[in-house]
Design a protein around this ligand. Structure first.
Ligand code: S3P
Length: 173
């Protein structure tokens, strides 16, 4: 069994945490969600980090944690949707393991996230428009770092996990 780490990337609501948890169990790997880890370390939720330190402060914490996690082996890491924004993070991801992009279109993401209050970037008048803008801006960045692009718009979690596993196998993992 390979010990290469897997990094799940994609927009908010793409299913990184859910898929990551299942995948980690199946691969007997350690699961880590970057946002949850930041929350555990700071003792506050993500919106509070944004409020106190601004998005820039949050991004610095995110980069430091990503760099730390990237040195570990046999991990499945669910990243935050904005992790690809910094070139520095993209470089880390490219060398840290296998990067899997869960690609989901904005309309579906909107349905999945519309009742969520823990995502500061979506607490705006028109979250659908925001998701469309984020998709346009970030889809190329996700693709730049991804080893695998998975169409994750529908299907049960188990199906999605099986699909990721199949694709991983196909590229020797
Ligand atoms: C963000 C996504 C969030 C979290 C923060 C910023 C983003 O993570 O890191 O609210 O910029 O897309 P999820 O993708 O897990 O929701």
């Amino acid at each position: 069994m390979t010990t290469d780490s897997i990094f799940l990337i994609g927009l908010m609501g793409a299913g990184k945490t859910t898929v990551g948890r299942h995948l980690a169990r199946r691969r007997r790997a350690h699961f880590l969600d970057l946002d949850h880890e930041l929350e555990a370390r700071t003792g506050v939720r993500v919106p509070m980090i944004f409020e106190i330190e601004g998005e820039a402060g949050f991004r610095e914490r995110e980069t430091r944690l990503l760099a730390e996690v990237s040195t570990q082996r046999n991990m499945v890491v669910a990243t935050g949707g904005g992790v690809v924004l910094k070139p520095e993070n993209r470089e880390i991801l490219k060398h840290a393991g296998i990067v899997v992009y869960l690609n989901v279109l904005p309309k579906v993401l909107y349905e999945r996230t519309r009742r969520d209050t823990n995502r500061p970037l979506l607490q705006v008048a028109d979250p659908m428009k925001k998701l469309e803008e984020l998709y346009e801006q970030r889809d190329p960045l996700y693709r730049e770092v991804a080893d695998l692009v998975i169409d994750a718009r529908s299907g049960a979690v188990s199906q999605l996990v099986a699909q990721v596993e199949k694709e991983l196998k196909r590229c020797g993992n």
